[in-house]
Design a binder for this molecule. Structure first.
Ligand SMILES: [Zn+2]
Length: 446
């Protein structure tokens, strides 16, 4: 037992603390101390009152919890929110999203789109996000400038896009971004081969070799739809998951995004290799892509994290919505109302995301020594009263608008719902200008 510190930068006295680890615990009459970028104490209120703090914050009726971890998205696509809806994945991509991206994606598009996404994510409780998009250097720089923690996965395709010509160029540019941010406390950069239907076996092999050499994560869309799997079996005689295994790409560094329609053998393979699954329930439902068997995966010991996917297929980046969807969809899918209880859904949105990214020693729970990434959620409104169990309120009632404060690496990035680093009026002007430009070309791209 380490003695509590005598001083702290910030001392917070909330109504409740949900530390996530230990699992399912709700603490009352406890306080938390922050100094620099870390949590330095979590202790009973009467003991905390003895700590001398530069700043003390009383948050009665509010619950303090780790910042949410959005494990999969394409931040800049927020500029395409609502651009094309109510379509299956491939026509949505091929006839609408890819043509619009072909016309508009640029460094400015990514900078403004990422800022819009980060504003929305902080306001709905996310403090760490994973991103896969063109110009990953711009998204990384935007996140760093705005004080947001992220995992940037640089995209790899076989074909040319606004950011590269071929897989070799995507990889060399991506590794340069990784070098540029290797000392950043907030940004990590990892491999993001888009999918097995957009990256050849030869190029996936290169990723496997490099990722092993550099001990770096690989983030890939995998088994997003039944059609993807059928097509792969017809063309290669092999399911995408089996191909990744054969190429040495399945392991504890691998983040498999979507994973719908899995067979028992697929689940065993994921469990045996230690690969992580990133479940995106709202995107899967909206595109009618399929269902990820979360209960079976967790029963076998597979780590399942949560992601929103892009605002173009969700249509928001709100992890409260994602937790609620994950819990409810799991119950419906398993025909079991006890499946994924509130504490499990919250773990998926916090510590499991941190595990998937390999940063569970740093974030994902409120523990002494971890980074001070935390949020306060106000349960005093009529929508969240009465409060029998704050965990239940967080998952089944809150919609993100109750998040009042957010700290990332000890810095207050939102206070009483006011963002400290983002000028929303200026951002709105830039977004309106993109809306005009994108609508003006919609006829030619839609
Ligand atoms: Zn995606």
């Amino acid at each position: 037992m380490i003695a509590p510190p005598k001083t702290a930068d910030t001392l917070i006295h909330p109504g409740w603390i949900v530390p996530v680890l230990p699992h399912g615990v709700v603490l009352e009459n406890h306080s938390i101390a922050l100094s620099g970028d870390r949590i330095t104490a979590l202790l009973p209120r009467d003991q905390a009152r003895k700590i001398e703090a530069s700043q003390e914050l009383e948050l009665p009726g509010q619950v303090l919890l780790p910042g949410l971890v959005n494990c999969h998205g394409h931040a800049a696509m927020s500029l395409l929110r609502g651009y094309a809806d109510d379509l299956p994945l491939m026509p949505w991509l091929e006839e609408h999203i890819w043509p619009a991206e072909g016309t508009h994606v640029s460094e400015d598009f990514v900078g403004d789109g990422a800022e819009l996404a980060i504003a929305e994510m902080i306001r709905s409780g996310t403090t760490t996000f994973s991103d896969m998009y063109f110009f990953p250097d711009i998204c990384a720089a935007t996140a760093q400038r705005l004080g947001m923690r992220c995992q940037i996965t640089f995209p790899i395709f076989d074909f040319p896009t606004a950011w590269g010509r071929d897989a070799d160029e995507y990889i060399s540019k991506g590794l340069a971004v990784r070098d540029a941010f290797k000392h950043s406390p907030l940004v990590s950069v990892v491999f993001g081969p888009h999918a097995t239907y957009t990256v050849s076996e030869e190029n996936l092999s290169k990723v496997a070799t490099l990722a092993a050499e550099l001990d770096t994560s690989v983030h890939i869309h995998l088994h997003e739809t039944a059609g993807e799997v059928v097509l792969a079996e017809e063309q290669n005689g092999e399911r995408p998951l089996d191909m990744l295994q054969r190429l040495g790409l399945l392991g504890p560094r691998t983040q498999c995004v979507h994973m719908t329609g899995l067979r028992d053998a697929d689940i065993s393979l994921l469990a045996d290799t230690g690969a992580h699954v990133v479940h995106c329930p709202q995107s899967n439902m909206k595109l009618a892509s399929g269902t990820c068997p979360v209960v079976k995966l967790q029963d076998k010991g597979v780590n399942v994290a949560l992601g929103t996917d892009s605002a173009a297929s969700n249509n928001d980046l709100n992890m409260f919505g994602e937790m609620q969807a994950a819990a409810m969809l799991a119950k419906l899918h398993a025909s079991d109302a006890t499946a994924i209880p509130a504490a499990a859904a919250l773990a998926m949105a916090t510590i499991n995301g941190a595990r998937a990214m390999g940063i569970e020693e740093k974030i994902g729970s409120l523990e002494v020594g971890k980074q001070a990434d935390l949020i306060a959620v106000d349960l005093r409104g009529p929508e969240t009263q009465p409060v029998y169990n704050p965990l239940s309120q967080l998952v089944y009632v809150c919609n993100g608008s109750q998040v009042s404060h957010s700290w990332i690496a000890g810095e207050l990035v939102m206070a009483n719902r006011e963002l400290t680093r983002i000028d929303l009026a200026d951002l709105a002007t830039r977004v309106a200008s993109w809306e005009q430009r994108i609508s003006a070309t919609a006829g030619s791209t839609q």
